[in-house]
Design a protein around this ligand. Structure first.
Ligand SMILES: Cc1cc2nc3c(=O)[nH]c(=O)nc-3n(C[C@H](O)[C@H](O)[C@H](O)COP(=O)(O)OP(=O)(O)OC[C@H]3O[C@@H](n4cnc5c(N)ncnc54)[C@H](O)[C@@H]3O)c2cc1C
Length: 250
């Protein structure tokens, strides 16, 4: 959505900004399959033949479950999935903590950033109660949502105005960008293998049935959920085994 100025002082001077709640993940490339896991594992006993073996789902599923259960993780590394993610910088920062992934991100040194900023949508739980590590999230009122949108858009508009002011004066992009908030949208290419994706999912989704329950921020969980549905589609037997053994990466 595009918002009109909300703060009286900004009414005539604020630049146009876009407030966005949508976080998107697109699978742009992959080489990932359940049979690939089996072939990688089978090389230990079948040697060269492993690469040409055809196997039915019962065999593939059984071997994958065995590998998952006994935490033989390396056969799950011979594949890749590349995702194009459009998300606020604070969410991309969460993603980038995962060191076994490869990333390439839009550069704020080499291009002007667009005036697109994150605001939570009306379903996002707004209030936290309790201690760090044990927070409960509860819905906000309509007024709370209005406050978040108003405060955020006032700050974003002021930040973007100063960013533009510096760019217009010829200040280098790498310095002008320092005033922009972590809610600014960015785009990243992110590539992982199934083993590193399972580790990411175990930490970045909140599932009560997991062996180790994690409490990620909702925005990175939205990224993880979209990645998980692609993973389940490409590698259904691996995904099923991951679910059966408590969502622990092997
Ligand atoms: C709910 C939640 C809250 C968090 N809060 C904070 C916070 O307050 N502050 C903060 O700084 N971070 C925080 N993090 C990030 C967290 O500490 C990890 O950096 C992030 O989850 C990546 O996980 P990882 O290190 O296991 O895995 P990855 O980087 O994805 O690596 C995968 C695995 O490879 C191995 N590995 C990778 N690098 C090394 C290495 N150098 N040495 C040994 N083994 C290695 C480990 O086995 C690791 O589990 C939080 C994460 C979550 C999910």
């Amino acid at each position: 959505m595009t918002v009109t100025p909300v703060h009286p002082a900004e009414a005539t001077t604020g630049p146009e900004i876009e407030l966005r709640s949508r976080i998107t993940v697109e699978l742009v490339d992959h080489a990932a399959s359940d049979i690939g896991v089996v072939r990688a594992a089978r090389v230990s006993t079948a040697g060269e033949r492993a690469h040409r073996e055809e196997r039915g789902d019962d065999y593939i599923g059984g071997l994958i479950r065995y590998l998952m259960r006994s935490r033989h993780g390396s056969p799950f590394e011979h594949n890749y999935m590349t995702f194009l993610v459009n998300a606020p910088i604070f969410t991309i920062r969460h993603m980038m903590r995962h060191r076994t992934w490869s990333f390439n991100e839009e550069s704020a040194r080499y291009k002007d950033l667009e005036s697109v900023f994150y605001v939570p949508d009306s379903d996002r739980l707004l209030k936290q109660e309790g201690k760090p590590g044990h927070y409960q999230y509860v819905p906000g009122t309509e007024e709370d949502h209005e406050l978040v949108t108003t405060s955020a858009s006032t700050a974003y508009r002021a930040a973007f105005r100063e960013y533009q002011r510096m760019l217009d004066a010829g200040i280098a992009r790498e310095l002008a960008r320092t005033v922009l908030p972590v809610a600014t949208y960015s785009t990243v290419y992110a590539t992982c293998n199934a083993r590193s994706l399972m580790h990411f999912l175990s930490l970045r989704t909140n599932r009560a049935d997991a062996t180790y329950v994690s409490h990620p921020q909702r925005e990175v969980e939205i990224v993880a959920e979209q990645m998980e549905s692609e993973f389940a589609r490409l590698m259904p037997l691996t995904h099923a085994a991951y679910e059966s053994y408590g969502r622990v990466s092997p």
